[in-house]
Design a protein. Structure first.
Length: 259
């Protein structure tokens, strides 16, 4: 087995594609040595770092979203996510995880990115996925924080000195702009991701691999009923890239991660 650092973007329901990508890489003999993520990517990354297999992660998330009232009220939805993490995570502190994990959030008080890698795990995860206007901000270590995607939706910072080794996964490809199809959720989703597209491309520059499944543009961040399809798209994209270029990743010497 070969190990590499993985960076997992936010993306709401599209975050299920991370599971498919990780599943494909695992089948190719490439495992996460460390994971940096924000929002949905942080949640998936935490479950993987906690010792879950990709197949287990998908099953756990699908089971949870089948329960009613997940998105009807923002405070209720936030509480449900926290309860899910409380039930599901085997470890509650970063230091206890089997794989080093870095969780990115945005400082709501002063601006800028905050990266958590020590201490209590669940508050950092809740802050990282606290989408403004949908979920309430979360206080972590005395500071109110919100979704990490606002400051950088591809948080490569923990691995900036070794970007050639990084597998960066971004699950928010921009769909073609169609003026006649401007529903509220579609418009909100596009504006949200336009805001940080440029930062994402800067972060991706220099990474050994950049995985961005184009077919995900057909889905929005609230497509919770399509997680299985989204996961399959991520898997197919990564499997195709590995089949064509897998040896390139194996050639890069890995630098050990300290945790």
């Amino acid at each position: 087995m070969v190990k590499r650092p993985f960076v997992l973007s936010g993306g709401g329901a599209r975050g299920a594609a991370h599971v498919g990508v990780l599943r494909a890489f695992r089948s190719a003999g490439i495992l996460p040595e460390a994971i940096s993520g924000c929002s949905a990517g942080a949640l998936v990354g935490a479950l993987i770092a906690d010792g879950r297999l990709p197949e287990e992660v998908l099953a756990l998330i699908e089971q949870e979203v089948k329960r009613p009232l997940l998105m009807r009220r923002r405070a209720l939805a936030s509480g449900r996510i926290e309860a899910f993490l409380e039930r599901t995570l085997r470890h509650r502190r970063f230091e206890e995880l089997a794989i080093p994990l870095y969780v990115s959030a945005t400082n709501l008080e002063q601006g800028g990115q905050r990266v958590f890698s020590q201490g209590d795990l669940i508050p950092a995860l809740m802050a990282s996925c606290a989408i403004p206007l949908l979920f309430p901000p979360v206080q972590v270590e005395g500071t109110y924080c919100v979704d990490g995607g606002l400051s950088n939706n591809l948080p490569v910072e923990p691995f900036v000195a070794r970007k050639a080794e990084v597998v960066a996964v971004h699950v928010n490809p921009l769909p073609p702009f169609m003026p006649g199809r401007r529903g509220m959720l579609r418009t909100m989703d596009r504006i949200w991701h336009l805001n940080f597209r440029e930062m994402v491309l800067r972060s991706a520059q220099g990474c050994g691999w950049f995985v961005e499944p184009g077919e995900l543009s057909a889905f929005n961040m609230f497509d919770l009923g399509k997680l299985g399809v989204i996961e399959s798209i991520g898997h197919a994209c990564a499997a195709a890239m590995l089949a064509a270029n897998g040896n390139d990743l194996l050639k890069v010497p890995a630098t050990p991660v300290r945790h």
